[in-house]
Design a protein around this ligand. Structure first.
Ligand code: PMP
Length: 422
């Protein structure tokens, strides 16, 4: 009854705009499992939307947070600084792609990192225009919404959005948009809408997250780098969802042999504590004047302590290799189901950033109902799955990379049953 009671209180006390997927309420969690207030257990393949690559309550993170709790929980870094912020910046500068001089600023949310990356790009270039892509997701703030390439539910009723944001189609060959098409669209933008010399930055997710787990083709990313260099445009990689070992590399940009000028990161950076960052070329990062960047909570010490532990855990537990291995296992399972589940239109993924896309059998028409049914059946059997995609017909898998082999096997058995039953 507890869940039903809480659900009633929730409906009265909180707005429907904060859409909630589950009707059960969390009580406790450990690594890849979560228990509700009625003591029902779920295998967590959502991981707090890609936040828990190191699992729920990793002992190393808990220890680091407890240590920090005993010292101080907040000073406002801009008022009284602390070493851990500087150390985290040093470590992010060292592990991100490119061996040029870099600097890092910390914030709290992914959207805030995106906002600040745009501020920094504008300050550094003295230009105002930004180019983003269809299907991209960059957050729920005003600029985040302006950059986001999906109207329902993110933008409905919330405009007008900040100006000078232009959009090109993201290349998805499976949807008949090829790299050449996207590059041609950019040229058209430069001809018909905006002088490339007025463009401050092009921002994209190397693998679109909310948009459906579509990886940018390598030749596209490389062409974008060239285009940016040609016109003095900055390339911003939004790695909020792709970062910290999810794709089998520490950052997804490592799959492309392309160095972005600025990178945003959040989610699994601090393993469940709110923390985000913008890392970039030192001279670009230094463009805004003192006081132009920051925020009261930006770089919270408990979150920073957790992030330092996350970086240790990823290295010591070799989570990049583990992501590759788990992703492979999952893709094999999904491929093996193709004959029995004709709705499966595509199985894809870099490392453990894996997704399965559903169409109506024998057609190219997206089947959102089927994805929803799989999700519901899986949840009934205790497996938490997330849907994504512009047509809501994709199931994405975001299990903790620290998941045990036994639990992974159990989850795949549930997934198979849910797909066959849907
Ligand atoms: N960028 C990307 C690529 C994301 O996936 C998200 C969150 N899904 C955001 C930005 C926004 O992050 P937040 O919800 O922490 O503001």
């Amino acid at each position: 009854m507890k869940n039903a009671d809480l659900q009633r209180r929730k409906d009265i006390a909180t707005p429907r705009g904060v859409g909630v997927m589950c009707q059960f309420y969390a009580d406790r969690a450990s690594n890849a499992e979560i228990w509700d207030v009625e003591n029902r257990r779920y295998i967590d393949f959502a991981a707090g939307i890609a936040v828990l690559n190191t699992g729920h309550r990793h002992p190393r993170l808990m220890h680091a947070i407890e240590q920090q709790l005993g010292k101080f929980t907040h000073t406002a870094y801009q008022v009284v600084p602390y070493e851990s912020y500087v150390e985290l910046a040093e470590r992010i500068n060292a592990i991100t792609p490119g061996d040029h001089a870099k600097k890092t600023a910390l914030f709290s949310t992914g959207a805030e990192a995106v906002e600040n990356a745009i501020k920094i790009a504008r300050a550094a270039t003295g230009r105002s225009a930004i180019i983003a892509f269809s299907g991209g997701f960059h957050g729920r703030t005003m600029m985040g919404m302006a950059l986001t390439g999906k109207v329902v539910p993110y933008k409905v009723g919330f405009g007008p959005f900040p100006g000078e944001v232009y959009r090109a189609p993201f290349p998805i060959p499976a949807h008949d948009v090829r790299t050449e098409d996207s590059l041609a669209a950019l040229q058209t933008l430069f001809k018909s809408d905006v002088d490339p010399k007025r463009v401050a930055a092009i921002i994209l997710e190397p693998v679109q997250g909310e948009g459906g787990f579509y990886a940018a083709p390598v030749e596209f990313m490389q062409a974008l780098r060239k285009l940016c260099d040609q016109h003095g445009i900055l390339l911003i990689a939004d790695e909020v969802q792709t970062g910290f070992a999810r794709t089998g590399k520490l950052f997804a940009m490592e799959h492309y042999d392309v160095i972005p000028d600025l990178m945003t990161m959040a989610k699994s950076l601090a393993g469940g504590m709110p923390l985000s960052a913008v890392c970039g070329r030192a001279e670009i990062m230094d463009a805004p004047a003192p006081g132009g960047l920051g925020g009261t909570y930006a770089g919270n010490p408990l979150a920073v302590a957790s992030a330092l532990a996350v970086l240790d855990v990823i290295k010591e537990e070799n989570l990049t290799a583990r992501a590759e291995q788990l992703g492979q296992q999952l893709k094999e399972k999904l491929h093996s189901l193709r004959k029995r589940v004709p709705h499966i239109a595509d199985v894809r993924g870099l490392g453990a950033m894996v997704a399965v896309e559903f169409n109506k059998p024998g057609s190219a028409e997206a089947d959102a109902d089927f994805a929803k049914k799989v999700q519901t059946r899986a949840l009934e059997r205790g497996l938490l799955l997330l849907i994504c995609g512009v047509y809501s017909n994709v199931i994405r898998f975001l299990f903790p990379l620290t998941i045990s082999d036994d639990l992974m096997d159990e989850a795949l058995t549930v997934l198979e049953a849910a797909m066959l039953e849907a």
